[in-house]
Design a protein around this ligand. Structure first.
Ligand SMILES: Cc1cc2nc3c(=O)[nH]c(=O)nc-3n(C[C@H](O)[C@H](O)[C@H](O)COP(=O)(O)OP(=O)(O)OC[C@H]3O[C@@H](n4cnc5c(N)ncnc54)[C@H](O)[C@@H]3O)c2cc1C
Length: 341
């Protein structure tokens, strides 16, 4: 059984069905689910989705560009292309893939989990294993006592909206301001997503004055009839004490999350889902704990390092100029994060 029918839960269900397992997803929200997300699929996510037969509509992404006027640094993806995909388009495509794979979707929330050596009882329904994919603030992780102490560092939040303008680039652009970053991702021919990450959230559109170079690009796109409502998420940093607890395995954001700064949440979640299914098929759930570490440590280290630098006012102002001055280092870091997981 899988708790949570977001992208990672659904993809895990398709991996499980393909491996010949009988699988059901428990998800309280019906229909297509939207969520605050930068909507940039890294090349690793695009490849993993294609392996599942999922090719969502969107816009190809060729690399990452950092902008802190007058400085700019960019790095092209070396291993394939990424894709900007509206979250709703991604969810609908994965839901279709799950339905094609005969995955059952049970429209309710998981409220109670008990287990012994042979089975898991999820709200009294028996199963062999439970994969927990119920997101950043995972109620099931908390219920099972697997929440780690919250970080004492400044909390960060994400806000996201869309503007109706023609995309002006095939790169994900990251605009740096002293206390926030704006991530700009083209997702359709006349739609660009903007996600802002900050420890001091205020009104999304009011924050745009902090990004004059972006505002100049978007122009009339910020007019009230061309912009969408705002969605938010956070605090972003969440940790789990363990990724495996008996017959329960944690994947995706539920297994822990550092920050959206490097945009690889979906790619990592898909890789974790696949590894969890491999462990279940092998009858070795504990092997997933080791696989999770192997899949995740490099991303977590790079994201935490960049996050630490961005917290210092002095270092923060040097990030884009340094990336511009040593493009090989920037390119190597981007491609470490973007490569197939
Ligand atoms: C601002 C922002 C920008 C981001 N940008 C990017 C990006 O550009 N690229 C990228 O790859 N990643 C990005 N991410 C990260 C990405 O959004 C997440 O990694 C991804 O959504 C994780 O998917 P998930 O399926 O684990 O969780 P979710 O998408 O959160 O899905 C969890 C599901 O569990 C369900 N659920 C909740 N409680 C229960 C319960 N008790 N029982 C059953 N189900 C339950 C929920 O209804 C939900 O459908 C960003 C995140 C943020 C916040």
């Amino acid at each position: 059984m899988i708790a949570g029918g977001g992208p990672v839960g659904l993809a895990t269900a398709v991996y499980a069905a393909r491996a010949g397992l009988d699988v059901a997803v428990v998800e309280p929200r019906t229909g297509t689910i939207d969520k605050a997300c930068g909507e940039g699929l890294m090349p690793g996510a695009v490849t993993a989705l294609a392996d599942l037969g999922v090719r969502p509509d969107g816009r190809d992404l060729l690399g990452i560009r950092y902008v802190h006027e007058p400085h700019r640094a960019e790095a092209a993806f070396r291993h394939g292309v990424g894709r900007g995909v509206r979250r709703t388009v991604l969810h609908a495509a994965l839901r279709q893939a799950a339905s094609d794979a005969a995955v059952k979707i049970l429209p309710r929330a998981v409220r109670r989990v008990e287990q012994d050596r042979h089975r898991v009882l999820v709200d009294d329904e028996p199963g062999r294993y439970l994969v927990v994919a119920d997101g950043l603030h995972s109620p099931v992780r908390r219920y099972l006592g697997l929440d780690a102490r919250p970080s004492r560092r400044a909390r960060r939040y994400g806000l996201r909206a869309h503007v109706e303008v023609s995309p002006w680039t095939s790169f994900v652009e990251v605009y740096w301001a002293p206390d926030a970053e704006a991530y700009v991702t083209p997702v359709a021919d006349n739609l660009v997503g903007i996600a802002v990450l900050t420890s001091r959230p205020t009104q999304f559109y009011e924050m745009m004055v902090r990004f004059p170079a972006l505002a100049a690009r978007v122009g009339r796109g910020f007019d009230s009839d061309r912009r969408t409502h705002v969605r938010g998420a956070g605090p972003l940093r969440q940790r789990s004490r363990r990724r495996v607890d008996g017959r329960v395995l944690l994947v995706g954001d539920a297994s822990g999350y550092v920050d959206a700064l490097t945009g690889e949440g979906i790619a990592l979640g898909l890789a974790q889902g696949r590894a969890a299914v491999d462990a279940v098929v092998a009858g070795e759930p504990r092997g997933y704990g080791r696989a999770w570490l192997q899949l995740t440590w490099r991303h977590n280290l790079l994201t935490a390092g960049l996050l630490a630098a961005s917290r210092s006012r002095m270092l923060r102002s040097r990030i884009v100029p340094t990336a511009e001055a040593v493009p090989a280092v920037f390119e190597a870091a981007v491609n470490q994060l973007a490569r197939p997981v």
